[in-house]
Write a protein of this length. Structure first.
Length: 372
């Protein structure tokens, strides 16, 4: 998935493993530990990486956090979907991950995009991602052109769609939204937890991994396609989830909003979601961005992001997720007071000496002066 296309739960972290409505401390600590160790491990192994393995993401060299990999295999699990098997160039085991995690894929052009891991977390030899081609999308277009043997790099993986233990589950996936949901459903099936998995899309030919959907005695699977039964509404997708169920949903914004609207008021159910496109601007007010290097002042309308406005005059301004978690579009904030709306991976506050252009705005509709 394009986690590029990614993100967050209501609240931002699911209930802990004891069922309480608070972030699980074990997984929070584990994620922080893994993030801290990754640069050290990469640095220790840097001498074994081939020269020229690192790539630029438009904001400078990736540094020790990027791991050179090769495309070991390419699959076509559905119409306009390509699946990549990625393996480290040095043959070392990949960094461990859990269902819901994603990685930053650094393409040969230097473009960086986020995609959900959809393989087996128990596989130490490589990762699998799947990407739907987006018309006009530079990242997805480049992914679809990759062939076995191509060299890329990855950062992470990281956790921005946490999957926690619950009594039972409802999984809803729209199209390529199956990528983070599939490992979750398989984990629930292995554990024997009751689950209901609903996969929706235009047609069966457009839905990847239908042959991998878990068919366990504890769960049920439904495939809903527009060409067979019409477009289902949120209530049809959600069904009647029992008390104690956690709802996980991934797909386009209309699907997520439809499911959210269908959630019962009582009992309240934990709802965790990940989107595949930028969220609409809500509660926006017009403001200005001054580009310190040129002195140019860019007007940002109430219904547009600073990133959109800046890229209209600086087309090369770096970006990736457009949802406030990857940090690619973050730039130094020289003056002004920002309304920080980003939610970096893991939920930790970002560097407040910077601003994420894709979601953050000027507090009170003033002016932000940025180093660009």
């Amino acid at each position: 998935m394009k986690h590029g296309d990614r993100r967050y739960a209501d609240p931002p972290f699911p209930r802990d493993l004891h069922g309480r409505d608070r972030p699980d401390p074990f997984f929070r600590a584990l994620d922080r530990l893994a993030d801290g160790l990754q640069p050290l491990l990469s640095a220790l192994g840097g001498a074994k990486h081939p020269a020229g393995a690192e790539h630029s993401d438009g904001a400078g060299a990736l540094g020790g956090g990027a791991v050179p990999m090769r495309v070991a295999a390419v699959g076509r699990p559905a119409e306009e979907v390509t699946a990549l098997r990625l393996e480290p160039l040095d043959g070392r085991p990949v960094r461990p991950w859990q269902p819901g995690w994603h990685l930053d894929l650094v393409l040969p052009s230097g473009t960086v995009r986020q995609y959900s891991l959809c393989g087996d977390p128990a596989d130490p030899a490589g990762y699998r991602i799947a990407v739907r081609r987006i018309p006009g999308g530079a990242g997805s277009g480049e992914v679809h052109a990759l062939e076995p043997g191509a060299q890329v790099a990855v950062r992470g993986p990281r956790n921005a769609f946490p999957f926690a233990r619950a009594e039972r589950y409802v999984f809803i996936a729209g199209g390529i939204g199956i990528t983070p949901i599939l490992p979750m459903a398989k984990a629930a099936a292995r554990r024997g937890a009751p689950y209901r998995l609903v996969v929706a899309g235009r047609s069966r030919a457009a839905l990847p991994f239908l042959d991998e959907l878990p068919r366990a005695p504890s769960g049920s699977v439904e495939v809903r396609t527009d060409d067979a039964g019409g477009v289902p509404d949120g209530a049809e997708l959600l069904g009647a989830p029992p008390a104690g169920a956690s709802v996980y949903c991934c797909g386009p914004p209309p699907l997520i909003e439809a499911v959210r609207a269908a959630l019962p008021d009582a009992p309240p159910l934990p709802f965790h979601w990940e989107r595949f496109s930028p969220p609409p601007v809500r509660g926006g007010a017009p403001f200005e961005v001054e580009l310190a290097r040129s002195g140019r002042v860019v007007a940002v309308p109430a219904d547009r992001t600073a990133l959109d406005a800046v890229r209209a005059v600086v087309p090369g301004a770096a970006f990736s997720c457009r949802q406030g978690f990857c940090g690619t579009c973050r730039v130094p904030l020289l003056e002004g007071r920002a309304d920080h709306r980003d939610r970096p991976t893991g939920g930790a506050p970002g560097d407040r000496g910077t601003v994420a252009l894709c979601v953050s705005r000027a507090a009170g509709g003033g002016r932000l002066v940025i180093d660009l």
